[in-house]
Design a protein around this ligand. Sequence first.
Ligand SMILES: Cc1cc2nc3c(=O)[nH]c(=O)nc-3n(C[C@H](O)[C@H](O)[C@H](O)COP(=O)(O)OP(=O)(O)OC[C@H]3O[C@@H](n4cnc5c(N)ncnc54)[C@H](O)[C@@H]3O)c2cc1C
Length: 439
Amino acid sequence: MEQRQVIIIGAGLAGLTAGSLLSKKGFKVLALEESTAPGGRARVTEKDGFILEYGAHSYRYAEKSGAHKVMTELGLTPEWIREDHRSFLIKGKDLYPIPGGKEPLAEDARRYFHKPEIGKVKEAMEKLIAEKPEKWYRKSLADFLGNILQDEKIMLMIRLIGLQVMESDPKRVSAGELIAHLRRAFEAGVGAAQLKGSSRVFIDKMVSAIAQSGSELKFECVAFALQIEQGRVKSVDTSEGEFTPEALIYAGPISHFLKLASPAHLPERLVKKLKRIEPVAGVAMDFALREKASELKGWLIDPELGIMGKFPSNLDPGLAPSGKQLSSWLITLPPEQMTDPEDVRSAIHRLRSQIKKIFPDFFGLVEFERILALPVIDGAAITHKQSREDRPRVEIPEVENLFLAGDGTATPGVSGEIAVASGILAAEKVAGYLGGKLI
Ligand SMILES: Cc1cc2nc3c(=O)[nH]c(=O)nc-3n(C[C@H](O)[C@H](O)[C@H](O)COP(=O)(O)OP(=O)(O)OC[C@H]3O[C@@H](n4cnc5c(N)ncnc54)[C@H](O)[C@@H]3O)c2cc1C
């Protein structure tokens, strides 16, 4: 049995964030990653000169994001490429500009709303931004907007906003989470952005910070059980033997945690939360195109079908060879449909036919494509039943040396931002627990 100071299970954004920050501060980390490469659901691959993120990826708060903070802390100045270009609503073969930016209801709103409706939608938006999120985490947008929501045009508006938090159903999306996201986005004053050079820049920096500090990142090493005794993680069983940690961070998908730890050794409150976590699932499709199919730089969104897509290389030409183009699409599905191959096939078909309607020549230009059927896109859908108040916290007071990190934790943010922010928090908590101060 080998002794280690800090063991981290999982080298996705959360585990790498915690691992690199702790390593930089002099803690000795052993990070275990079951796959052959780092990055988890944000990993990046390169093929024939195309740099493929793991599906369409963007960072919601750019310079104000956790990722920016971590990269700066590790000595890297990230370059952000703004995504403040016009986005479009897909309707059949047509694209309609989406109201967006700081004046979301100004210009383009007239395409969707009659004058009296604009007043109502404005009222709804102002009410949202002005409200304190804490009161509304466990309530849906439908609850929040009460009778105003009956109007289907307002539904449309809200569904467009809702997609920013990967949940577009007003009856499900947590009003508090949406308010918190919108307020943060407005306060940050920066829209979403792509990281120049892709998430690979961020991931590589964190991996090298771990390597340079004498910590270790083991690939193809699976953790399969935690032994918890008397309120402490005593050891972790892995495919490479048993390790005893002073502190352990679990940074795998949160909905998988109970596969490693017996509920008998965890507080009932935590077990209940873990059992209820429902991720966002779906299919990601990336297309390497031998010629340009579109000059569009913004997102294309179909809220009815849960489809989003963009051409990342139109923003960052370095992602595709000269004259070629990368196009990335995502269709979200209820998690139970991911287990039925027929449902998955039909989602892929919907996505393909939608792309073909908008760009009839698209499929003639495809050099290669990659389809990812994903049981977990975001660790937890931000619904009113699993807002941050219902997700597990990073600390578990009943098990003093165990910490959780990842995009299914209660940490503030949306999607990958939660993962990074939880990694920062877990590193702080571990440093505090081990008697050192981080940052
Ligand atoms: C297609 C797609 C598009 C997305 N788009 C965006 C976006 O635009 N913006 C955004 O902010 N977020 C986006 N996300 C979400 C974002 O990628 C995730 O929130 C983030 O990557 C999650 O990081 P994580 O570290 O919490 O988990 P993961 O990335 O899942 O990392 C967990 C790691 O743990 C490893 N692991 C698990 N179990 C074990 C074990 N037992 N032993 C050893 N290793 C283990 C896994 O292999 C994995 O590497 C997207 C996700 C997908 C899939």
